[in-house]
Design a binder for this molecule. Structure first.
Ligand code: SAH
Ligand code: SF4
Length: 386
């Protein structure tokens, strides 16, 4: 891995407006952009947008010149106003178990972690980030110790899927036998604090004439931003995952401090009202297993009671330790005993097997690793300059 110093943040050069990347525009947005830039007359915009859409999202092209059914002069106008370039991949790692992880830089200081996990969902799931950093400070989460840098744009969210598809060689978008079959918004950040961009990205990713990952195979995970949960359901129709982690307010206030603002009774009411819930559309409750904190049989029974009547599955996540944390992962036997209580009550409760441990493919870890490396490179450069 090479380390480069990024000095662009201290540059005094005037800011040049970057061309819009068409990958981040919804169908309606793309049509309008073509009209506004004078790429084609308004009456042709729908048809032209449809052609361009298919090249971008079905064939995955990154060059307007590859759009063979688009006239050369229109290709030139597109290239003049827009871009399709992929972001820079700062780091790529492949684990022994097939997990792949990319650190993607979309702009100076904007580094995004994306992880592909095989054999999850129908074939394999891509864990995407919605923000760089996070404003919420869940005490067991490494991302929570990093300041929010900013919300990701729709283009930056779609780019994570494109980069994975490039790497998995899945263009044109296959109808069957896909390796990337599911998307989970479980990377860095709180997706419901960036719902506009998350929702646009989901419209793009789920479009049938493009990447075509159905909304039923896209899961958005939230720590419990209650007022945005109905909107998530109405605007995206995706599967809902809730980072629960505790069954009573005093403990959840500590683990997920947002609970102080939106306590469990409000959260559970919002979940019960999520549109379309049923056996085919279950809520996933994520529950991180923290030794001696939330992992007792009493808590498993309290969990069964709390989610009673909700079509649900529970995902038990072995805690992934990070440098400086006081928490420890529960023992395997404790996790199994916890799962057994849930199973007896009729809830599927897979224990999420730790994946990609050898490449630190867990929430927030790659980012911080690279930040550490960058900090040390900057220190060395400063020492050299002194
Ligand atoms: N912000 C959203 C989505 C990203 S976090 C949310 O909180 O739901 C994705 C999942 O990883 C969450 O369930 C989160 O609680 C969990 N997680 C965070 N840090 C973890 C760690 N160190 N070990 C195991 N799971 C962790
Ligand atoms: Fe943010 Fe989710 Fe981590 Fe909590 S668990 S700090 S909401 S990323």
């Amino acid at each position: 891995m090479s380390i480069t110093l990024d000095l662009s943040r201290v540059s005094n050069a005037p800011a040049v407006k970057a061309p819009v990347n068409l990958s981040g525009l919804t169908r309606a947005g793309l049509r309008q952009a073509l009209i506004d830039a004078g790429v084609c007359p308004p009456e042709k915009a729908k048809m032209r947008a449809s052609q361009v859409w298919s090249w971008i999202h079905h064939y995955g092209v990154t060059d307007f010149a590859a759009m063979s059914n688009v006239a050369k002069d229109m290709q030139a106008r597109l290239a003049e106003h827009f871009t399709l370039t992929r972001p820079e991949i700062v780091e790529r790692q492949v684990s022994k178990d097939g997990t792949r992880k990319w650190l993607i830089r979309t702009a100076p200081g904007i580094e995004i972690e994306t992880v592909y996990i095989p054999d999850v969902g129908r074939a394999g799931a891509l864990c995407v980030s919605s923000q760089v950093g996070c404003t919420l400070n869940c005490t067991f989460c490494h991302t929570g110790t990093q300041k929010l840098v900013r919300n990701l744009t729709a283009a930056e969210i779609v780019a994570q899927v494109q980069v994975a598809r490039d790497d998995l060689e899945e263009w044109p978008s296959p109808k069957e036998d896909r390796r990337l079959s599911n998307i989970v918004f479980m990377g860095m950040g709180e997706p419901l604090y960036n719902l506009d961009n998350v929702s646009d990205a989901i419209d793009i990713i789920s479009d049938n004439e493009g990447i075509a990952i159905s909304r039923r195979r896209i899961t958005v995970s939230t720590s419990g931003v209650v007022p945005m949960i109905p909107e998530l359901g109405e605007r995206t129709g995706t599967m809902l995952a809730i980072s629960l982690h505790a069954t009573n307010d005093p403990l959840r206030d500590v683990l997920v401090p947002l609970n102080k603002k939106y306590p469990l009774d409000q959260l559970m009411a919002a979940i019960r009202a999520y549109p379309g819930l049923g056996n085919a559309k279950r809520v996933t409750f994520e529950y991180v297993m923290l030794k001696g904190v939330n992992d007792s049989p009493e808590e498993a029974r309290a969990l069964v009671k709390l989610i009673q009547g909700i079509p649900a599955k529970v995902n038990l996540i072995p805690f992934n330790p990070w440098p400086g944390t006081d928490y420890q992962c529960s023992d395997w036997k404790t996790i199994e005993a916890f799962a057994a209580i849930l199973n007896r009550a009729g809830y599927a409760s897979p224990i999420r097997t730790p994946r990609g441990r050898d490449i630190l493919a867990a929430c927030g870890q790659l980012k911080s690793e690279s930040e550490k490396l960058r900090a040390s490179a900057i220190r060395k450069a400063e020492q050299a300059a002194a």
